[in-house]
Design a protein. Sequence first.
Length: 299
Amino acid sequence: MAATKPLLTDLASTIDRVPSNFIRPIGDRPKLHQLHSSLASIPIIDLQGLGGSNHSQIIQNIAHACQTYGFFQIVNHGIQEEVVSKMVNVSKEFFGLPESERLKNFSDDPSKTTRLSTSFNVKTEKVSNWRDFLRLHCHPLEDYIQEWPGNPPSFREDVAEYSRKMRGLSLKLLEAISESLGLERDYIDKALGKHGQHLAINYYPPCPEPELTYGLPAHADPNAITILLQNEVPGLQVLYDGKWLTVNPVPNTFIVNIGDQIQLTGVHHSSSRLFHTTFTCHKLFVTSGKTLTTLKQNY
């Protein structure tokens, strides 16, 4: 049996078995017992005092996390809980809209700057992933905001505010990462040149057989930096020293993923410290009993 509806959201509630096009080869299926591993997880870095009294220690912590893991979680990041809460709520409202309303935004064309789609790339992949997603270009806001969904009514306002705040956070992190490499604070920003900002709202419906498929299989992010709102979603794992580490949700945190572009900047700058040279690989398990939503900002 293969999926027949364009979006997984509308299919998942009607089935009790995973359709054949989602089932991964036997050697590439989730090992759910890994989610309960006792291995240590990625570092948690407190940004309180960045640019102030604790600046040097924070830069050292970021250097260690980038060199060793390529991932870290951040607390005291300066993004208000109200901004995050509105973003999460409007995302859930969007995926709760009637199918006909959501499908106004549907496209399987990866070049579209605003699109609702499913899996990863339905035109090229051999096995589908257990997720739907809404992907938005966010910078400059005035170039894209009118393309975004107009329903729910607060969608554009709430997403725009979240995107503005996240861009400010990303630029602060890029400066700190540059400094952690022993470079000028604006080095990475200048090296990247004109760079955009994208938001992916990932939606993972409950899966009847989570041992057969992934929300997202192992992959690396090709951009400069990703800031992920895990939103109390279990199932994220990152590859460290040949082992998969489970990243358990921590309230009021974001996960920072050093993307391929920054890793290449760090590796190829002869006077800098070397970054983790195996590109940062991660994957997401799905669950049988809960709808999951994550927010992913790419720069």
